[in-house]
Design a protein around this ligand. Structure first.
Ligand code: SF4
Ligand code: SF4
Length: 230
């Protein structure tokens, strides 16, 4: 299996529900608890495993706002695993999820410096690295109804812009979406082979503009110009 996310940049509205759901799940979960400091204090700080970046594409009226939620890409050749000196970072053979063994991590930060997607966060409280686990602690949880065995970000998305599944299975919904909409990995040129895919925006519709009706002065000037050109 090659589990991953497929994100539709055409329908993502940039509401940040996925980022908030990720934070909520991981704050209360057991495998990747987030590091929040003074969440209700004077100087709150913390981390996001899933961030939504927003760009403007094209020129008016052929423009579109593109939202790009980004979390760990669960790369097929993960540089975070290559640079880890203790073997704490590893990629699971059975489903391709990249995880961190909290007992082996010594918080040296090498993986955070190496990851080009900014996916890793040092937990100052434990001195170990944390990141998106693809909600490994819920996608296999048989006590949950089957429809809920998905990452929290996917379940929360009100625009149904996030999809989760096995990208190794050509018949899965995610593989079909990638085929039909030409899904792309981010920064493929770096060679780490990110698993998550992004569906590009469809061509934006031009915003209809209303041409102002010519006034009496314009009509007269146009008539004079036509006569003079004969
Ligand atoms: S996105 Fe970064 S942290 Fe995630 S697998 Fe790739 S290199 Fe590692
Ligand atoms: S919840 Fe869905 S629509 Fe909202 S920012 Fe995340 S991906 Fe986009």
């Amino acid at each position: 299996m090659k589990l991953g996310l497929v994100i539709d940049t055409d329908t993502c509205v940039g509401c940040h529900a996925c980022a908030v759901a990720c934070k909520q799940w991981n704050t209360s979960g057991t495998l990747g608890p987030l590091t929040d400091y003074q969440p209700w204090g004077e100087a709150p700080s913390g981390v996001w495993f899933n961030r939504v970046r927003t760009y403007e594409e094209g020129d008016y009226p052929h423009c579109k706002t593109v939202n790009l939620p980004m979390s760990c890409m669960h790369c097929e050749d993960p540089v975070c695993v290559t640079v880890c000196p203790t073997g704490a970072s590893y990629k699971r053979e059975e489903d391709g999820i990249v995880l961190i063994d909290q007992d082996k991590c010594m918080g040296c930060n090498y993986c955070a410096w190496a990851c080009p997607y900014g996916a890793r966060e040092l937990d100052r409280a434990t001195g170990t690295m944390k990141k998106c686990t693809l909600c490994v602690d819920r996608i296999y949880d048989e006590s949950l109804p089957e429809a809920e065995r998905q990452p929290a970000c996917v379940l929360a998305c009100p625009a149904r812009a996030r999809h989760f599944g096995d990208l190794n299975d050509p018949d899965s919904d995610v593989s079909r979406l990638v085929r039909e909409r030409r899904g792309q990995g981010l920064m493929n040129e770096l060679g780490y082979r990110p698993v998550n895919r992004y569906l590009p925006p469809r061509n934006p519709q031009a915003t209809p503009t209303v041409e102002p009706k010519p006034g009496l002065g314009d009509r007269l000037r146009n008539w004079v110009n036509r006569v003079v050109h004969r």
